[in-house]
Design a protein around this ligand. Sequence first.
Ligand code: DP6
Length: 335
Amino acid sequence: MTVVSRATAIAHPNIALAKYWGKRADGHNLPAVPSLSVTLAGMATTTEVAFDASLDRDELHLGGAALPPDAEATRRVAGLLDRVRAASGRRERARVVSRNDFPTAAGLASSASAFAALALAASAAAGLPTAPALVSDLARKTSVSAARSAFGGFVELRAGRPGDEALAATPLAPEDHWPLAVVIAVTREGPKDVGSSDGMRHTAMTSPYFPAWVDAAPSLFDAVRAAVLARDLAALGAAAEASALCMHASSIAASPGLLYWTGATVEVIAAVRRLRAQGTPAFFTIDAGPHVKVFTTPEAQAAVGAALLAVPGVLRTITAVPGGGARLAPSSGGA
Ligand code: DP6
């Protein structure tokens, strides 16, 4: 009989208020800038990892479909599993079965929740310790933003330093620290954008504004951090919008320019500014795609949602609130 060691983990996406964009040049997948995010409740990735001696290669099944061995996602998953095998002494290949309960076709970020869930499930299945800092570091080595989804609430990740090998995110404040609401304006269902890893590499290599972004990011991070601790929505909005706009400016100035926005993205920015001018608390942030994530208060969430839905080009909205970190599924004790 083949012995199978399995575990299942659940993790949530996060949205960066102070953006990570760009890696240190010295390897180890270290971020060039500090970042700060909020982990979301209500959207989840559930991933089962089963180490199985009868397998001759790692398998990835996403949303019910088996991915080819040479797919980018399969290779990244195998890379994380290689690290788990090296740390645990296990040699078996693994079957990874993962599903999201939120739509991924729209190009909404799913790699953070995916690699946080994978890091936790793979560590547990291999019998490795599953302390969140260890899971965060393991996830970060594959995808930097995934390091932050190991924790719930408001989470920070410092920039890498020369010589760093381990680097984990740290929790800044729990999910109930500040009851913010997020309304995601989905502006396109269509084809995938240039992925984050490729987009930031292209920006770092060709944009004359990339060094300016790396210079500006730490003080924007400090302002975001102080505003989160003070629960100051106006200050947070100013700093978070500046972080997103500086990040995008660096990419727009790349050669050729990398523009993640569509007309609808700009229309949503204008609508958020109109809401604010009318006294409704709201600010936006944008990741490597055309969708706009709008933060507001729970009281104003319905009005913000209605205003965004009225913007031409907004297809639908998704709402979320701060949530918890990655966790093992109740039935999953690991090995
Ligand atoms: C725009 O973490 O997806 O969402 O480390 O190469 O996997 P890799 O990149 P990834 O980049 C996320 C970029 C961002 C901003 C952020 O989440 O901080």
